[in-house]
Design a protein around this ligand. Structure first.
Ligand SMILES: NC(=O)c1ccc[n+]([C@@H]2O[C@H](COP(=O)([O-])OP(=O)(O)OC[C@H]3O[C@@H](n4cnc5c(N)ncnc54)[C@H](O)[C@@H]3O)[C@@H](O)[C@H]2O)c1
Length: 433
């Protein structure tokens, strides 16, 4: 393919060299004449292992041309990437000035030559900025551009390998043409290809980088506690990382309701106590419990703003398939609702069974007698609720939701559905201890 790449910094230069290496013809554009000159001399404008050699080879093969003039590049291309910088403003918002200028220049050039083209943003941008880019193309070059996104996940220092073997290739678009163009570009790569809506794809990049940063900060806080306690942090984290079932896995990473139970809150408090005792600041671990409380608060606010008064809560134990009520976020939510005077009924067959068999009876009678009085024995007893709050999924739930006129708040998905949209929620891998 003939490909334009606007912005020849870390992402643009690596993409240009690797795509030329794969046999494509690349037209690179940058406002920095020095970078353009260096590339046209067959050298790398950045320090990156192996990049100079790849750029030299691409130049010798006649597959890489750099220019400061976008109008020179775009008549030759079928697909154009945007890889300009999106730096931070002092308030944290990204500064889209380079991006908007690049979009305007691409749109004006395409309009001038009267050419349609797929334009794929590789820069990291928030979804709201993508809407502005679309507006630029719609107003400057209406009907000429299929705008999509193709977020980049390479790491400096291992950029060439990361470009060739990314964990996945992510295409964000609703357009079959744009999807087809990008799929054919990456057809030679073995990595899985995911296609999402553009706004969703953009958030994958932010979720990934936030998680990478979280991992580093987490490991360093645990290491600080280890070090101050005379514990070998590397030995701890080596074993920790070897667990691909619970630790380094999808577990605990699907959005859901708040965590609770007899272990996670207790053990977090113990680490925090250790930190205090050792004179250590642990802001990240410290924030986890309050972040968890916010999940309950958001659910409570959703219920409050729904305006419904007759409520049914399905699930009371801290997670499904257990009768354990200790530090259950559902108990917390139920108590808040009760405190505000809502008419609440609760269905949780595991808790009912525990009370009947006496297993958890003492806890139920002593700690939550006010809630245990609200427990009903069957889903049918919830049929006249105005709002059904789904915590856990029990047999018969789908039947109830199919025939109910109530609104449904699915806590696992934090989603409110009005009666016309109500459908059975999908099974999930939501959180819990
Ligand atoms: N650096 C990374 O490791 C990395 C990895 C993944 C994603 N990203 C994202 O990719 C984007 C680019 O990052 P980078 O590190 O390559 O930036 P960079 O600053 O190294 O390169 C950007 C280039 O764009 C050029 N430019 C600016 N305005 C232009 C215009 N109107 N026309 C043509 N060229 C223009 C600049 O001269 C510069 O050479 C950012 O959004 C970044 O967040 C970066």
């Amino acid at each position: 393919m003939n490909i334009g790449i606007v912005g020849l910094g870390y992402v643009g230069a690596v993409s240009a060299a690797c795509l030329a290496d794969a046999g494509h013809h690349i037209w690179g554009v940058d406002v920095n004449a020095e970078k353009v000159r260096i590339i046209n001399e067959g050298r790398s404008p950045i320090v990156e292992n192996g990049l100079g050699e790849k750029i030299g080879n691409a130049r010798n093969a006649g597959r890489l041309h750099a220019t400061v003039n976008i109008e020179e590049a775009l008549p030759e291309t079928e697909l154009c990437f945007v890889a300009v910088a999106t730096p931070s403003r002092p308030n944290g918002q990204i500064d889209p000035a380079h991006l908007f200028r690049a979009c305007n220049q691409i749109a004006a050039a395409l309009k001038k030559i009267g050419k349609q083209q797929t334009v794929a943003v590789r820069s990291s941008i928030l979804p709201i900025i993508f809407d502005d880019c679309r507006q630029i193309f719609d107003s400057v070059a209406p009907g000429l551009v299929e705008l999509c996104v193709n977020p980049e996940f390479l790491r400096e220092g291992t950029a060439i390998r990361d470009f060739r073997e990314p964990p996945f290739i992510l295409i964000g678009t609703d357009s079959p043409n744009a999807e087809a163009a990008l799929r054919s570009l990456y057809a030679h790569q073995a990595s899985p290809i995911f296609v999402l809506k553009a706004r969703d794809a953009l958030m994958v990049k932010y979720a990934s980088n936030a998680f990478h940063a979280l991992k580093v900060a987490f490991a360093n806080e645990i290491a600080a506690v280890c070090e101050q306690s005379g514990v070998d942090a590397e030995a701890v984290m080596n074993v920790f990382c070897s667990d691909a079932v619970l630790n380094i896995s999808r577990r605990y990473l699907m959005p859901g309701f708040a965590f609770g139970g007899s272990c996670l809150p207790k053990d977090l408090r113990a680490i925090l106590y250790a930190g205090k005792h050792l004179d250590l600041q642990l802001p990240l671990v410290n924030a986890i419990l309050s972040s968890n409380q916010e999940v309950i608060e958001r659910a409570f606010q959703k219920i409050r703003t729904s305006g419904k008064h007759r409520l049914a809560l399905i699930g009371l134990s801290f997670k499904s398939n257990t009768d354990d009520l200790r530090e259950s976020p559902y108990v917390d939510l139920a108590e808040r609702l009760l405190g505000k005077g809502y008419d609440l009924r609760i269905y949780d067959p595991n808790v009912v069974t525990a009370r009947l068999t006496g297993a958890n009876k003492r806890y139920i009678d002593a700690v939550i007698p006010h809630l245990s009085r609200l427990l009903v024995g069957s889903l049918q007893e919830l049929a006249d609720a105005e709002l059904i709050i789904v915590g856990h999924r029990f047999e018969g739930l789908e039947g109830l939701l199919a025939k109910t006129n109530a609104s449904v708040l699915d806590l696992a998905r934090a989603m409110m559905e009005t009666p016309s949209e109500t459908k059975a929620p999908a099974l999930d891998e939501s959180s819990g201890s």
